[in-house]
Write a protein that binds this ligand. Structure first.
Ligand code: AMP
Ligand code: ZN
Length: 494
């Protein structure tokens, strides 16, 4: 059954550059395709930001009552090392350097990717197709593109004819790039002489002598171009026209513009009604990226084992940090930002835990719970605005504290509504892991630890270092690690 709020959802569509009401193609079922990782190394926290954002989108649309088929691929062949998709295949290169099979590379990093996303409590997609598992479908797509007149073969490779396509269609719809600009910017690269024009992109590449991943095709022993897999696999599992296509903003061009061109060449459809793009996680003000050695791995954050971090942060805190920015804004990672997120997250959870203990009376509540609930939904309906949702939740915590401390009125029905809605947003929509919240610390131990921290702070102020060290060491022996600030300490369980 649909939630009463489903009609109000608006999504920012990258194609129109506007927020549009979400009206799915089928009124009950939603198809969503998200470009997945290239599994040739460990996913960094920037990659995770994108997948956490689409997890939130998947969770929320499902929560509104739609049945969602979520498809997220794994790129295990065809993604070449340079940005313009030239050079060596990323998976092959890793296999060559490590002297292992390409599929060993794929297996290792697929397992790592899944384990990280599990720690971050994201829901697996309904289908997770691989490029190497869909070679037949990709060969079929190439045949269709050649038949429609937009693909041509040269020396065993097949290319997409951008100039011809652009005569009757528009290439670059998403990124807004003009073909003339692209012509000026194209560099002369490997194999480029086979192309009619440097901006044409490969649909199929003939394998060079040393290339270790290749398949038979009507044109040569070779492998598919990167852009093609998403076209073939989204068509197979979601049809020629589906609801949402997503990925990071860096995929708008060329990847998604090429996908649109391929799809229009095959059946005339821009494949998705809504195109969604997440903005980048940055580190030191620059895009988090492996290729420029500017990244941090999720496990380093969970263990506190990177030199930029003063301590470990839990997956829930990492998610809270990510949700504090809207998915279309740039977000910069730093130790200070994570410390602030940890405080914010703990405050949110303490507030939630207090709700069931609040003392109720028969009077009208001093807080309009129905309006608060509808505000929470309207923030999410405004293109999944998590920072505004979190602000609403903190507003509610102010009231919760007021009931607790200043005996403000709350009736029992409202308390139940608060508890349910708060829990829905925390666990079902934002997807925080409840075991971490419940199992790591029960309320009493939390309070007792805080009491010891308070006593230790007094000892520190009085320069009684013997006592303060003893408390710290004894807590450490119990698995509670204190992290000292100037006047206060936070703790984490180890
Ligand atoms: P890749 O494995 O490089 O194809 O990236 C997988 C996904 O992560 C794509 O949707 C990228 O757009 C996204 N991504 C890559 N770097 C970042 C970043 N720094 N911040 C957010 N998303 C990113
Ligand atoms: Zn893709």
């Amino acid at each position: 059954m649909k939630s009463e709020y489903f009609k109000d959802l608006k999504i920012h569509n990258s194609i129109s550059g506007k927020k549009e009401f979400f009206i799915p193609i089928d009124k009950n079922n939603v198809g969503m395709y998200v470009c997945g990782p290239t599994v040739y190394n460990n996913a960094h926290l920037g990659n995770c930001r994108t997948f956490i954002s689409f997890d939130l989108i998947y969770r929320y649309i499902s929560h509104l009552g739609y049945k969602v088929r979520y498809v997220r691929n794994l790129t295990d062949v065809g993604h070449l090392e340079n940005e313009d998709n030239s050079g060596e295949d990323k998976v092959s290169k890793k296999a060559r350097l490590e002297k292992i099979e390409p599929m060993e590379v794929v297996q290792r990093y697929t397992l790592d990717f899944h384990s990280i996303l599990k720690k971050l409590n994201t829901i697996p997609p309904n289908i997770e197709p691989t490029a190497s598992g869909h070679i037949i479908e990709q060969i079929d797509s190439i045949k269709q593109i050649i038949e429609s007149g937009y693909g041509y073969e040269k020396n065993g490779s097949v290319y997409f004819d951008i100039l011809k396509f652009n005569k009757s269609n528009t290439y670059g719809k998403l990124s807004g790039r003009k073909i003339e600009e692209m012509m000026n910017q194209s560099r002369e690269l490997d194999g480029i002489s086979d192309k009619k024009n440097p901006q044409d992109f490969a649909l199929w590449k003939k394998a060079e002598k040393n290339h270790i991943m290749f398949w038979n095709s009507p044109w040569s022993k070779g492998f598919p171009g990167w852009h093609l897999e998403c076209t073939s696999m989204s068509k197979k599992y979601l049809g020629n026209f589906f609801d949402i296509h997503g990925g990071g903003i860096d995929l708008k061009f060329p990847h998604h513009d090429c996908e649109i061109a391929q799809s229009e060449a095959i059946d005339g459809n821009n494949p998705a009604k809504y195109w969604m793009h997440t903005n980048m996680l940055t580190l030191n003000g620059k895009k988090m990226s492996k290729s420029i050695e500017n990244f941090i791995l999720p496990n380093e954050v969970f263990k506190g084992s990177n030199k930029i971090l003063s301590k470990a942060f839990s997956p829930n805190v990492v998610k809270f940090f990510i949700y504090q920015a809207h998915y279309r804004s740039v977000l910069d990672l730093s130790n200070d930002a994570l410390i602030a997120s940890e405080k914010g997250f703990n405050k949110l959870i303490s507030g939630y835990k207090l709700i069931s203990k609040l003392i109720c009376n028969e009077k009208n509540s001093d807080f309009d719970v129905n309006i608060w609930i509808s505000n929470c939904y309207s923030k999410m309906n405004d293109d999944f605005n998590t920072p505004m949702l979190i602000a609403e939740m903190f507003d509610c915590i102010k009231f919760i504290n007021n009931v607790n401390i200043n005996s403000k009125n709350l009736n029992i029905n409202d308390r139940e509504k608060l508890l349910n809605t708060f829990g829905d947003f925390l666990f079902h929509i934002l997807g925080f892991k409840d075991e971490e919240i419940i199992s790591n610390k029960n309320d009493l131990s939390d309070e007792l630890i805080n009491l010891l921290v308070k006593l230790r702070n007094q000892a520190r102020v009085n320069k009684n270092f013997e006592i303060s060290d003893q408390i710290r060491n004894d807590l450490l022996g119990l698995g509670v690690k204190l992290n000292d600030d100037k006047n206060d300490s936070s703790y984490n369980l180890i």
